[in-house]
Design a protein around this ligand. Structure first.
Ligand code: ATP
Length: 210
């Protein structure tokens, strides 16, 4: 199994601990994380990304136990192996579209996917040299997906990637993520409360606050 967790829990300061259901995702597979607002979906995603350290249990990616990696080693491991699509695109305004993608190569210290081809696959090749400030919301979301894929990560994590999109673009974005995960053999985990996504990815777990 490429990604797996066991007895994972986390407590935010001053909050009750959240216990997460076990999850496992193989290369090329997709999993949805569903749950009500405040149930802990983003917290789980941050644990899977090694951005938070669990209170108990562990996350293993490609056999590597994330909590055994120190700060700097974890940052490098994440840059190489984990692509994250945040709820809001978080693009660097001073850089154009292509440069935003190349930044991922820089942080991952690897050459990664060809940016021209990647942008073409996502249907935004015409925007390569555009300022990110001139993009529509849907285009910016696709650039943030391209950036997450730029290093051909083993794991793609997406936090509510469709919450601000209409039905047509929701379907397109999920298809894109699935197709890209299958192409590079990555595990795909999508956190959402968007029930529309269930039609496209039947495999899911549900996070429930205690
Ligand atoms: N930095 C923090 N400090 C303290 N409590 C936090 C912090 N971040 C999240 N929480 C609390 O932890 C719980 C889970 O939050 P989380 O953001 O993981 O939920 P979520 O399921 O992603 O919610 P949403 O769907 O609204 O984004 C909530 O009760 C939240 O208030």
């Amino acid at each position: 199994m490429l990604l797996e967790t066991s007895t994972l829990s986390y407590a935010h300061p001053g909050q009750r601990a959240i216990s997460f259901p076990e999850l496992s995702v193989d290369a090329g597979e997709a999993l949805l994380v569903l749950g009500r607002s405040g149930s802990g979906k983003t917290t789980l995603l941050n644990l899977l990304a090694g951005l938070l350290t669990p209170l108990s249990g562990e996350v293993r990616l490609g056999g590597e136990k994330l909590s055994s990696l120190s700060g700097q080693a974890m940052d490098l491991f994440r840059g190489k192996n984990i692509g994250i699509v945040f709820q809001k695109p978080h693009l660097i305004a001073a850089l154009n579209v292509r440069q935003n993608l190349e930044l991922a190569h820089f942080f991952g210290k690897k050459k990664g996917q060809d940016t021209t081809q990647l942008l073409a696959e996502l249907g935004i090749e015409g925007k390569a040299n555009s300022s990110v400030l001139t993009l529509s919301e849907g285009e910016a979301q696709r650039v943030s997906i391209a950036r997450a894929l730029a290093n051909s990560p083993k794991l793609i994590l997406a936090d509510e990637p469709t919450s601000s999109l209409d039905d047509e673009n929701t379907e397109k974005v999920i298809q894109l993520l699935k197709a890209q995960a299958a192409k590079i053999g990555a595990a795909l985990v999508i956190v959402t409360h968007d029930q529309r996504v269930k039609n496209q990815i039947p495999n899911f777990i549900e996070v429930k606050a205690a």
